[in-house]
Design a protein around this ligand. Structure first.
Ligand code: MLT
Length: 424
């Protein structure tokens, strides 16, 4: 293929560069299109627009491939820990033993949050959704570390912000849950690893000893790896675009959390369990709901099936399904909602309609199930997603900054009134 693409506009030919990525995916660089032709492109939802060149995550939706920095998600989920994957995404390489020791120690050093954050937390009613609490607490870091607002900070100072947010996010997430429960918050236990510390802050009570269940902790670590990045999805694009105005890391991540919250993005795992609960309350007839999903006139939508970019299967769902089965078996969980999930899964995987429409259970379907089995309340599911996605957001923000990317500023086609005068 030529490295130029020609576009004919009103009889005149204009040439635009063809860009090829390291996996041979191609794009037309239309950044000069308007200057040359007066035209812009329209692409609602930017579904066919490459907003950046990125070296972080490669995804092939047709083939069901997902790689972080060149490593297959399957291999990372099998052989790495979430903190190693975080290092990989943020710094571009897997850490050496020594690098990992230092990184882990630094993260452990920053798990504690300022006591005044408790005052902010106390200001929230206990029915506040934990995602709103999480995004507010993350943004409040701009007040505790005002130097983070300086867009011209050194790379070393940026690294400190990165370590701080990675370290404090589990504390914030657990505190958002404690607020919801109306329980006193727990402080981090730096003797434990990342997931163990989080589980203890979530579930331990002042009146009881707490032991981290290795089955739950390992499954959680895997889940976090699977959620760690997903190239230019809605929240990653939000983080990049907010950061492109030179907003701080904390402000950009807080925006990413809000973008993730919606049921069409990270909120889907919560929506899955709510759907399963509703099916159970309605008598548990899965066939009825499969029929409803097939009926175009019926507004019912099966949550957690199919994916915007994966056309055949979601590679994360395959790994997580295995983990979900193991966790359910090891914990010996009996739960009617999970039985309904199993029936829906079986039906959808075998029903020609769902096979033809490529409506296979996706990562949100299984993550909802596994979180429920772990005893994590439904409203915390999206917070768990945010915890996993954090290193991805950081990596996307850092790359955008290091590439000196311009401020995000899409155009539009105006469809409103033409110039008119005020009556009278
Ligand atoms: C994600 O992991 O961000 C979701 O699957 C959504 C997406 O990639 O569009």
């Amino acid at each position: 293929m030529s490295d130029q693409i020609e576009i004919i506009v009103n009889g005149s030919t204009h040439s635009f560069p063809l860009i090829t990525g390291s996996e041979n995916e191609s794009a037309i660089d239309i950044s000069k299109l308007r200057a040359q032709t007066g035209l812009i492109t329209i692409d609602p939802g930017f579904k066919n627009t490459g907003s950046t060149k990125s070296a972080i995550t490669f995804l092939d939706g047709e083939k069901g491939i997902l790689r972080y920095r060149g490593y297959a998600i399957e291999e990372l989920a099998e052989r790495s820990s979430f903190l190693e994957v975080s290092y990989l995404l943020i710094f571009g390489k897997l850490p050496s033993e020594q690098e990992f020791k230092v990184f882990t120690k630094e993260i452990t050093n920053h798990t504690l949050v300022h006591e005044d954050i408790k005052t902010i937390l106390d200001g929230f009613p206990s029915n506040a959704h934990p995602m709103g609490v999480l995004s507010s607490l993350v943004c409040s870091l701009t007040a505790f570390y005002p130097a983070s607002l300086d867009p011209n900070r050194s790379a070393e100072a940026v690294n400190l912000s990165i370590l701080r947010i990675l370290a404090k996010m589990p504390t914030f997430a657990a505190w958002a849950y404690k607020n919801k429960m109306g329980h006193p918050v727990n402080y981090p236990d730096n003797r434990l690893d990342y997931c163990g510390n989080f589980l203890k802050m979530m579930f331990s009570l002042p009146t009881e000893d707490f032991e981290v269940d290795p089955v739950i902790s390992e499954a959680l670590d895997k889940l976090l790896i699977l959620h760690a990045d997903h190239e230019q999805n809605c929240s990653a694009s939000t983080v990049r675009i907010v950061g492109s105005s030179q907003a701080s890391l904390y402000a950009s991540i807080s925006a990413g959390i809000n973008a993730l919250w919606g049921p069409l993005h990270g909120g889907a795992n919560q929506a899955v369990i709510e759907m399963l609960e509703n099916i159970r309350k309605d008598g548990g007839d899965t066939q009825k709901y499969l029929n409803k999903a097939k009926d175009k006139q019926d507004p019912f939508r099966l949550m957690g099936f199919g994916h915007r970019v994966y056309k055949n299967f979601d590679p994360r769902a395959k790994i997580i399904k295995k983990a979900a089965d193991q966790v359910l078996e090891k914990l010996g969980i009996q739960d009617p909602v999970l039985d309904i999930a199993k029936k829906l899964e079986d039906a959808a995987l075998n029903d020609p309609y769902f096979i033809e429409k490529k409506l296979y259970p996706n990562v949100d379907f299984y993550s909802g199930i596994i979180y429920r089995a772990m005893g994590i309340p439904t409203e915390m599911f999206t917070v768990m997603f945010a915890l996993g996605r954090l290193p991805g957001w950081i990596a996307q923000w850092k790359e955008m900054r290091e590439n000196n990317e311009p401020i995000g500023r899409p155009r539009q086609i105006y469809t409103g009134k033409n110039l008119r005068k005020i009556d009278g």
